[in-house]
Design a protein around this ligand. Structure first.
Ligand code: PLP
Length: 392
């Protein structure tokens, strides 16, 4: 079946026996054992021989297992693990695979909080980290060392939207026995099939399009069989479990994700092209536009684009930028994205390995929400008028 169908059907088995459409939410800390024998079997399973047994709220309930099975299938992976945030999915992956003395190759365009984790914690624990130019492709071979254990990709990259040649990177990695992990939050399981492109471990922040309504924080890891037990064990030891209500909200968001994404895609492109026509703009970074770094790869490997992109604006005074952003009617200024509402946020990208990246003016990250594009363009037109009229 097509993914549009799967998002409406997967993960509903648990409710169907009673005839209800949506699976019920289980809220619990404690799971009772009926007999001493059952309790003793559970104690054994904590040591790792049965990851699916229900033992305690933190490690999951039927609500958790059903959502995990649905997302593993949707992502074309063997297994899935839901975690308390997208960042905890990243940290679980890094700590499950990497040990003291190992070397990590991470994209220069990775999500900012992951970079902080690498700099402040991973290095402190004795892991070597090298950032690579997201446009490196097969050239990544030149950065591999005898102790390289993992290549961590994000495509398109956070803030700067470079599209990476994941199949080329994965081919080099696997020839050296290196694990390929990738943050696929931007494209979702619908627009990039990471497992088919050679990715071993895929990370999604469900906070974004899967939830889709700006009302939850949750993460997801999907993976092949080979890495599942280690990831599950580290997840359990990190205590990064999720309550049933958040999983319910994510499952509810999933039902409409395919439909929402079509609109984010369409509106995002309308806005990106509109920005391109404006005299204030130097460049629009949107993977579906021909001048975005890696556009040809996007065309080859992705089946769509979502609503997040960036615009590089000419230099303006701080007061002019404030006059624009402080008075937007529809574009909120806030972290996160993937909800129904439009957002716009100034950013500075910190790059140490991307020769192509530099911009002296204002950088804005834009999320195209589900409002009518005409109203969004009217809001932006008024914003640019304030930007131009503020002479300071
Ligand atoms: C938001 C985000 C994350 C982190 O997700 P949280 O659920 O907020 O912890 C990770 N990667 C990308 C690309 C993101 O945009």
């Amino acid at each position: 079946m097509k993914k549009e169908t799967l998002v409406t059907t997967l993960g509903r088995k648990f409710g169907t026996s009673s005839g209800v459409v949506n699976s019920p939410v289980i809220r619990t800390s404690t799971i009772l054992f009926h007999t001493l024998a059952e309790f003793e079997a559970t104690e054994k399973s904590v040591l790792g021989d049965d990851e699916h047994r229900l033992i305690y709220g933190r490690s999951g309930t039927p609500t958790t297992r059903e959502f995990e099975a649905a997302l593993a299938e949707l992502d074309g992976a063997d297994h899935a693990i839901v975690t308390s945030s997208g960042l905890s999915a990243i940290v679980t992956t890094l700590t499950a695979i990497l040990s003291k003395g190992d070397h990590l190759l991470a994209s220069d365009s990775i999500y900012g909080s992951m970079r902080s984790y690498c700099e402040q914690d991973l290095k402190r624990c004795g892991v070597e980290v090298t950032y690579y130019d997201p446009l490196i492709g097969a050239g990544i071979a030149s950065l591999i060392k005898p102790n390289t254990k993992m290549i961590y990709c994000e495509s398109p990259g956070s803030l700067t939207f470079e599209v990476q040649d994941i199949p080329a990177i994965a081919k080099v990695a696997h020839a050296h026995n290196i694990v390929v992990a990738m943050d696929n939050t931007w494209a979702t399981p619908l627009y990039f099939h990471a497992a088919d492109m050679g990715v071993d471990i895929t990370i999604h922040s469900c906070t974004k399009y899967i939830g889709g309504h700006s009302d939850l924080v949750m993460g997801l890891i999907t993976c092949s069989k080979q890495y599942y037990s280690q990831l599950r064990r580290t997840f359990r030891n990190n205590g990064a479990g999720v309550g049933g209500d958040n999983i319910y909200l994510a499952a509810r968001g999933l039902r409409t994700m395919a439909t929402r994404l079509k609109q984010h895609y369409e509106t995002g492109l309308i806005l990106a092209n509109w920005f391109k026509s404006r005299p204030e703009i130097v460049k629009v970074l949107h993977p579906a536009l021909p001048d975005c770094p890696g556009h040809a790869i996007w065309k080859r490997d992705f089946t769509g684009a979502t609503g997040l992109f960036a615009v590089l604006v000419k230099p303006y005074s701080h007061a002019a930028v404030a006059a624009m952003l402080d008075n937007m009617e529809l574009f909120g200024m806030g972290f996160s994205w993937g909800g129904y509402e439009s957002l716009m946020l100034p950013f500075k990208a910190h790059r140490t390995a991307s020769p192509s990246w530099s911009h002296d003016g204002v950088c804005l990250r834009v999320h195209a929400g589900l409002e009518h594009p005409d109203d969004l363009i009217a809001d932006l037109t008024a914003g640019f008028k304030r930007l131009n009229e503020t002479i300071l």
